[in-house]
Ligand binder design. Structure first.
Ligand SMILES: Nc1nc2c(ncn2[C@@H]2O[C@H](COP(=O)(O)OP(=O)(O)OP(=O)(O)O)[C@@H](O)[C@H]2O)c(=O)[nH]1
Ligand SMILES: [Mg+2]
Ligand SMILES: [Zn+2]
Length: 228
């Protein structure tokens, strides 16, 4: 009995990887730079994307696919700033998979989009294992979650191309050992880049700069922008 379990899980991830590869080809053909944003429930993912659409929406065409178990609340918040928003409801599912992203793409016109951000379901564990066809994975923590979350979720820290720590405005009010948090990240991933933000106070410039430089350095994006 036990020996059946591992092959089944492997097959699920293998199928996901095949679909992720197809998504990747679609993104490359369209010249879209794609970020998979992963963080706990309430870390501030949608807030960051609202600010991003407000700050960068005038010179980057940004689309968002947002995953939540239920409701269109995040989708509605984001739709106030962009028409290229798709909400995915995962029901009992605790992460987005490549097939859900593939279906969401049917509702977006990728030729109108330079940068696609996928807000994953609030969860620090399984979104890390599911490739969606993205260029970069970004892991988001926040001060109110406690300073041990990076150490407890090493897979995210190791897999992420960029890490964010949000709600820096709460540091004076909440016990949070910032040097220890930084040190935990250093130990897990020496090359990790950590950006400390407060979306509530509009303190997110390093993130905006990262997005701009990565979108523009993307070979296909520069090709698209030259055509304009
Ligand atoms: N103090 C403080 N609160 C923030 C900050 N950023 C977001 N929040 C608040 O945190 C709460 C959750 O923010 P969301 O943006 O909905 O978080 P999320 O990560 O999208 O949550 P899920 O989609 O449910 O996983 C909201 O009440 C925000 O106003 C911040 O920088 N500082
Ligand atoms: Mg959200
Ligand atoms: Zn899951």
């Amino acid at each position: 009995m036990m020996s059946h379990k591992v092959p089944i899980v492997e097959n699920v991830l293998k199928l996901n990887d095949e679909l992720a590869l197809q998504n990747r080809e679609v993104f490359q053909r369209a010249g879209v730079f794609v970020v998979d944003l992963i963080g706990s429930p309430g870390a501030g993912k949608t807030s960051l994307l609202e600010l991003t659409l407000r700050e960068l929406g005038n010179f980057l065409n940004i689309g968002v696919i947002v995953g939540d178990p239920a409701t269109c609340r995040d989708g509605d918040r984001l739709a106030a700033h962009s028409s290229n928003i798709v909400q995915v409801n995962t029901g009992t599912g605790c992460h987005l998979d490549a097939n859900q992203v593939r279906h969401a793409l049917d509702k977006l016109n990728l030729s109108d989009i330079d940068l696609l951000i996928i807000e994953n379901v609030g969860n620090l564990i399984c979104p890390v294992s599911f490739n969606l066809g993205q260029d970069c994975k970004v892991g988001m923590f926040s001060v109110s979650e406690g300073d041990d979350k990076a150490a407890k979720h090493p897979n995210l820290v190791v897999s992420a191309d960029l890490l964010l720590l949000n709600k820096m405005d709460l540091l004076p009010y909440i016990p949070f050992d910032l040097p220890r948090f930084r040190q935990d990240i250093q130990h897990l991933n020496r090359d990790a880049q950590l950006l400390e933000l407060s979306v509530l106070s509009n303190q997110a410039k390093p993130w905006m700069d990262w997005l701009i430089s990565h979108s523009k350095h993307d070979r296909r994006y520069s090709h698209v922008s030259q055509q304009r």
